[in-house]
Write a protein that binds this ligand. Sequence first.
Ligand code: HEM
Length: 365
Amino acid sequence: MKSFTWKCLGALVVIAGFAAGNAGAQAPAAPAPKTEGKLSLSPADEAAKPAAAAPALPAGSTAAPGWNVPPKWDTVQESPQYASIPGVERNVLQQQTGEWWRTVRNGPVTFYGGIVLLVVPIFLLAFFAIKGPFKLHGEPTGRLVERYNSAERMTHWTTAISFVLLGLTGLIILFGKHVLLPWMGPAAFSWITIIGKNIHNFVGPLFIFSLIAMFVLYVKDNFFNAQDFVWLAKFGGLMSGNHVPSGRFNGGEKVWFWLGVVILGSVVAISGVIMLFPNWETVRGVMAEANLFHAVVAMIFVASSFGHMYIGTIGEEGASQGMLTGYSDETWAREHHPLWLEEVKAGKRPEKMMPASAQAAAGDD
Ligand code: HEM
């Protein structure tokens, strides 16, 4: 019993020693606030206290002013730590790539991309207001020539519709916080962005699939020949009104096919897939680069598609008929693609003139 009492006393001494040692290790205690006998300030006193100023944001910071000031990311400690989950970069908690990505994305990418996306449609609408649509010189004959078969049209419209969906949702993701958030508020903007992001993620693979199908179906008529360079040098004679003859597709359409569908399409597809599947052990730097490539190239793609959509809708009389119905008027074919029309008439092409009986039926619709 006596030894038990001594043990208890010893333990108390050790605990007291620890407490004293810890208190000594801490920063010297600040002088106790004068509470004039009260244990804490009343709510009225709390409210009367002068508000401390929020720390200033570093120059160039896009963070919301207030207390949530992000650290100086160029000085953060990037050294790997211990992590029990195996995998690349799982043991790196802080790194500077994200800040670099954020600065480039929210800076030049959004700024210059926004300008391009505004300037191109304004230019096209001004051009339309001044010049109007490219009209047919001759009267439509009513005789129809097959322009696109159903597989070609289905592929084209799947590509076009998915492209428009991806473009709209992508623009919401990139510009929404500047354009939508200020007037619709955070609740509506959050819903729209979440829905938009999911549409973007699910339509992306459909677009890639339709691009591949488009390449397979259209490539055979998109190889350049000498005539196409004449077309490109004179811009098809569209300004002068003297059309440069072309085959099934002219030089401009071939440029759209190779630069747009093939090159820009491949870059947005590959960078998009890298972002869709982060579980491929992709490091954060690669994800950031993929995101910037994706945004820049997608905006160039959208801006150039405005030109294609303009010609395919209001810009050229008769252009949309072939892609909508599968058939174009012979006058349109002769004025825009005479070399192709000659080949069709000579039976050298898979496309056919619509038989007179079928034309009568088509006219009855
Ligand atoms: C709503 C948007 C679009 C409209 C209104 C549209 C309209 C048209 C029209 C009317 C044609 C037929 C031109 C002719 O017969 O000479 C055409 C052809 C074509 N379109 Fe589109 N299009 C759109 C979007 C797209 C997109 C997003 C792509 C690809 C990413 C695309 C790729 C093509 C290709 C490859 C051709 C065949 C001519 C060529 O090889 O360049 N279109 N389009």
